[in-house]
Design a protein around this ligand. Structure first.
Ligand SMILES: [Zn+2]
Length: 216
């Protein structure tokens, strides 16, 4: 069966993480959530179309889409944490932040959004910040050669996830991006004032390690 001639439901019928439903044409995760396949070309075209409208609009739209997406996924994670299968039965607010976020990101990793490692060494429940390093960002791969960090959707995802976990408004900024040739994408997530300072330094060309050192 060639990929071009196959229906999506056939492509995913034997996939361990996704199930095709021939009767509806839907592709679903093992938890029942519906998903859609996106090619790198489509991600590229989506960004170009948004940026042609306005770069600022594109950044805001992608960031807020990621933010809202993260909230919806966190609701699912909360349900899974309290299900019988995990044995935890604790709400997400009583689960260690690292455990909650790693469980949350596992769904994105399975879907091809890249692997992520979290650094909580400068993190505190009511202050500080955390770092998220993404390798193999799908957006960076689709937008390689850019002149600015491009993973606004990811920044919104991390801001939304930490906001949900802490039940307080949190923000995020991408300090370095693989689309510019860096080995990975690195995001700083924390309170708005911290993120604004970091973004100001990034725009002045300060390296990620120096920004983090200044904020600690
Ligand atoms: Zn990036």
């Amino acid at each position: 069966m060639s990929l071009r001639s196959a229906k999506p439901s056939e492509l995913f019928s034997r996939h361990p993480l996704f199930q095709g439903d021939a009767s509806t044409g839907a592709i679903r995760r093992t938890d029942g959530a519906r998903v859609a396949p996106f090619s790198g070309e489509l991600l590229h075209a989506l960004h170009v179309a948004l940026i042609e409208n306005s770069a600022e609009f594109a950044q805001d739209a992608l960031y807020h889409s990621g933010y809202e997406w993260a909230l919806q996924e966190m609701i699912q994670v909360n349900t899974r944490l309290q299900s019988k299968s995990t044995g935890s039965k604790l709400p997400i607010w009583q689960t260690e932040t690292a455990v909650a976020l790693e469980l949350w990101w596992s769904g994105f990793a399975d879907a091809g959004w890249g692997t992520c490692s979290f650094d909580f060494s400068a993190f505190a429940p009511d202050k500080g910040f955390m770092l998220a390093e993404v390798k193999n960002s799908a957006l960076a791969a689709a937008l390689v050669g850019a002149e600015q960090p491009m993973c606004h959707l990811y920044a919104g995802l991390f801001a939304g996830a930490l906001s949900f976990r802490q039940r307080a408004e949190r923000h995020a900024v991408e300090l370095q991006c693989a689309a510019l040739g860096h080995p990975s994408c690195v995001f700083l997530v924390g309170q708005g004032e911290t993120i604004d300072r970091a973004e100001g330094w990034r725009q002045q060309g300060v390296a990620t390690v120096e920004i983090v050192r200044q904020l600690r």
